[in-house]
Design a protein around this ligand. Structure first.
Ligand code: MOS
Length: 784
């Protein structure tokens, strides 16, 4: 047993502890990029179908909500290519999708809770036949008057979960009464459609042992596996659910993927054949959960200099007909209601209202966008009323480093908001451009311009602390290639390439020697959802730990064989360097295999320091904060309400960026998605709660033309994360979405130019219609 370490002639031993990161910090291309460009990447629907695969189409009632009177599926059963018709009666065990609330059936049985809720499913030999057959159903309801809008929900007062309150300071009412400036206003916020490119889809294949293999486009494979096992009444260990990649998710596949995978699994269970369920775009837009719509009433008090003294906010969230993820969304909104600003006195009442609509779910940012929007609205209102530069007001209200704590008692040790804002203020030439815009607005009667520079401060961690963990499984194969299994899902965000970079650097290997396996419910039972921007932080740390364990084992083995002090042995560029000896990594692994050493390891990570006491409203819900700022300039046509983004400058804190090009992609994409939510995406429902915007002809989303002609994105570098994260990285998946608030604020400034001193009441999304409403309100004196 020997490693055949050859002596490298004329080389001095290198005594450094380990190699510098070689790949971490480099813009390694996304592993899916070549496939995406060639169109060869396999998504769920591209997986080769096993022989005999059947197709599932969900069926629902063309009416709102109510008790089911009669279900007549005779015509459906006689349809062409029919194999089976599934109803709730076919479910062997639990007809339940929820995370624990017990309020979301796979198939409705006695009541229809919302328009679009599946009541039955057709299993046919082809996708088209299944779709044609569902239309033949005759279902009658005792139709009830649905609570379809937030206003109706507020009037009905039905809360789907207890209200959240947050209070800080002595007496916000007294502080408001005494304030030199008192303002109040309201804001309606639309809940956006996720519009992932790959609609909800799953393929379930029966196994020989009574279990199932399920391929699903999901953010949470282990939850999908759990729900299927619970539904079929079989051990969870018999269900293997995996997601190699999802074609986008944005929160919509955190719980939203489960129902369709469950229907595919049920069809596979009943027919004994592989079964696919894929939603058409129009079905997906009607039957799946959206982001939360909200209504906010606010009051703010400030001094003459624009310093906020008290804030009082009442936010209602439209949660739909089930709890789903509304808890975390509500907490996200609550924890981000301050954004980067210090409120000496604060009262928040956050209600989660029930509507007879499809349950609202997570959407990129998990409530943070809603909360931060309110903060920015307050800053604009104060600045416009006092005719101050809104940037000065924002800077005056920033948390002061080392002095202020958040409303829930957390000091901000890592606050880089001010230096970051000041750098962007300089590089974006904010002051000179604001002056030029004031001049433009003086000269131009109809076309008004606005510029706004807004910061973001986003908490990093799941507010549900149980989810702040990860485990990975790593195996070194005999040829020295490394296999990593982790619980995170590749949603397009570049998770897998970043993990491969981390692991490759630990072993001193090239990227091509690291194989990252699909997210799977097997082996890693505790995997949480790929969500809240935490997946790289959690899995990256766990992967690094697994690699450290295996690396130590290999180096100890080399030391034992060569007699060289293990501290002098390094792994670098596929080579093991031990004093003057060198060998290949593969030869070292081969030797370790023959020495009968275990070459697989688990790595686990539980995020330290975080805690949250829901009762007391105190604790440390986040490990650290992510900062950023954007400066946007827009032109608004105040006769038509049309808007153009002229220029955007962004400076985004990523701690130490593991992969700058991928991070830049997250920043650009997040920003544009935020622009869509804030300025154009509008879900329209009829009075029964039925979604009318069921396609891209009706639902307007950002296009290539939405991208600002002048778009300058930079990463704020040189400040690694002060908390211990893998290589000092910071979360970058969701925070950049909130940079788009600068566009909304700039539109507000542009409208305000019509009437200095007034505060426009602009709703989200600021569509041309909404802009014109705000213009008319302003002109008639009914500003915010
Ligand atoms: Mo994401 S909104 O945390 O699924």
């Amino acid at each position: 047993m020997s490693i055949s370490l050859k002596v490298a002639a004329g080389r001095k031993a290198d005594r450094t502890a380990g190699p510098e990161p070689r790949l971490v910090g480099q813009s390694c291309p996304h592993d899916d990029a070549p496939g995406h460009v060639r169109g060869t990447t396999a998504f769920i629907d591209d997986l080769r179908e096993p022989v005999g695969t059947v197709h599932v189409a969900p069926g629902f009632v063309e009416a709102g909500s109510g008790r089911i009177q009669a279900v007549d599926l005779e015509a459906v059963r006689r349809a062409a290519e029919m194999i089976a018709v599934l109803t709730a009666k076919d479910i062997p065990a639990a007809n339940e999708l929820s995370l624990g609330a017990g309020d979301q059936p796979v198939l409705a049985h006695d009541r229809i809770l919302y328009h679009g809720q599946p009541v039955f499913a057709v299993v046919a030999a082809s996708h088209r036949a299944a779709r044609r057959a569902v239309r033949l159903a005759r279902i009658t309801l005792d139709a009830e008057t649905p609570v379809a809008t937030l206003a109706e929900a507020a009037a009905a007062g039905g809360e789907i979960a207890p209200s959240l309150c947050l209070r800080k300071g002595g007496d916000p009412d007294a502080a408001l009464a005494l304030a030199a400036l008192k303002l109040e206003g309201s804001l309606t916020i639309g809940g956006p459609e996720h519009l992932y490119l790959e609609t909800q889809t799953a393929l379930a294949i029966p196994d020989h042992d009574g279990g199932l293999s399920v391929h699903c486009s999901t953010q949470h494979a282990s939850h999908v596996g759990r729900v299927i096992a619970r539904m079929l009444g079989i051990p969870e260990a018999l269900v293997a659910c995996e997601c190699r990649r999802a074609g986008g998710a944005f929160g919509g596949k955190q719980t939203g993927a489960t129902q369709w995978a469950a229907l595919a699994a049920l069809a596979a269970h009943v027919t004994g054949r592989p079964a696919r369920c894929r939603l058409e775009r129009s079905e997906d837009m009607v039957m799946t959960g959206k982001g939360h719509a909200a209504h906010v009433g606010w009051r703010v008090g400030a001094d003459r200099g624009g310093r906020v003294v008290a804030v009082d906010v009442a936010m209602d969230l439209a949660c739909g007909a089930a709890v789903d993820l509304s808890e975390r969304v509500a907490e996200g909104a609550l924890f981000h209601l301050d954004n980067a600003y210090f409120y000496p006195e604060l009262r928040v009442l956050l209600r989660r209202l029930r509507t007879d609509c499809v349950p609202a779910t997570a959407w990129r940012g998990t409530g943070a966008p809603h909360g931060m929007l309110v903060a920015e609205q307050l800053m604009d209102a104060v600045a416009l009323s006092l005719k101050l530069d809104p940037l000065d007001v924002r800077k005056r209200n920033l948390y002061r480093v080392g002095r202020d704590v958040t409303p829930y008692g957390l000091p901000l040790s890592d606050n880089v908001a001010l230096p970051l804002i000041e750098e962007l203020e300089r590089t974006a030439d904010y002051r000179a451009r604001r002056k030029a815009i004031a001049h433009h607005n003086y000269e131009s009667e109809i076309l008004k311009k606005g510029i706004a520079l807004t910061p973001i401060k986003v908490g990093a961690a799941f507010t549900d602390q149980a989810l702040n963990r990860a485990e990975v499984h790593m195996a070194i194969r005999q040829d020295g290639s490394v296999e990593l299994r982790h619980g995170g899902a590749e949603l397009g965000q570049g998770l897998n390439v970043k993990l491969a970079q981390i692991v490759a650097d630990e072993f001193g290997l090239d990227l091509g020697r690291i194989v990252v396996r699909p997210a799977s419910s097997t082996m890693l039972p505790g995997s949480g959802p790929t969500a809240s921007s935490m997946t790289l932080d959690l899995n990256g740390t766990a992967a690094r730990r697994a690699a450290e364990t295996l690396k130590k084992r290999l180096i100890d083995h080399a030391a034992a064989v060569t007699g060289i002090d293990p501290r002098l042995i390094r792994l670098d560029r596929g080579t093991i360097v031990a004093g003057d000896h060198r060998s290949t990594f593969a030869a070292l692994v081969d030797s370790a295999v023959r020495a009968r050493l275990p070459l697989a390891a688990q790595g686990a990570y539980a995020m330290p320091k975080v805690s949250w006491d829901r009762q007391r409203g105190q604790g440390r819900p986040f490990l650290y904060f992510v900062y950023g700022a954007a400066c946007s300039e827009v032109t608004v046509d105040t006769l038509t309400g049309e808007m153009r983004i002229d220029r955007v400058d962004i400076l985004q804190d990523c701690g130490t960026s593991l992969n700058p090009e991928i991070d830049r992609g997250q920043v650009e994409g997040g920003f544009i998605q935020g622009v869509g939510w804030l300025t154009m995406e509008e879900i329209v429902r009829d009075e029964s709660g039925r979604i009318l915007t069921d396609g891209l002809a009706a639902y307007k989303v950002p296009l290539a033309t939405t991208i600002p002609a002048d778009f300058r994105v930079r990463l704020f570098t040189g400040r690694p994360n002060r908390e211990t994260t893998v290589h000092g990285t910071k979360a970058v998946g969701e925070p950049p979405l909130m940079l788009a608030l600068s566009v909304f604020s700039a539109i507000t400034q542009a409208i305000a130019a019509l009437k200095p001193g007034a505060v426009p009441a602009l709703d989200v999304p600021a569509t041309p219609e909404a802009v014109m409403r705000a213009v008319r309100r302003l002109r008639s004196g009914a500003g915010g």
